[in-house]
Ligand binder design. Sequence first.
Ligand SMILES: [Zn+2]
Length: 179
Amino acid sequence: MTLPYAEPLTQLDPQPRVIPEPPRVGEPGGDPCGLCGWLSGLDDAADSLPAEDKPLWYDDDWALCRATGVTIPGVVWLTSRAHHDSFADLPDGLARSYGPMVARVERAILALGDIARVHVYRWGDGSAHFHVWFYPRPLGMLEAKREMLAVWANVLPEAPKEVVADAERKIATALATDH
Ligand SMILES: [Zn+2]
């Protein structure tokens, strides 16, 4: 695996620590949680919302969402419908359904074909509303193994919108038929 940059790279020193850290979106003192507003209104507005304003798939507990500026078709993210921060905060029922839910998403992405592995990233540094990212590593893209896939995804050109939309449609269809 390699960084998508030519040598020589110069290693930086760590920055001075910023403590306390600035609040994240959805934390007290931070910007209000946009996910809560969007996801809580889905049931009432589902029929009137255009497809692009709805998650790719959702049930009472989880919503699978499309990303913006996708460079690797099949990148999606899964969020809890309700506002919880991290694994440590998930109610028992959600925590129990998380594993099977992730397995369904992984199967749906793998079914796109030509995917070596589905990476699951949980960072949580941006929004305090629980969400995990799924990044399919294209088959044979050995330079993008492990954490390098996220770095490559940031620098690759944006994929054609119709290719991204086609992958998202297939993932949504696969999820809807895999219980
Ligand atoms: Zn929220």
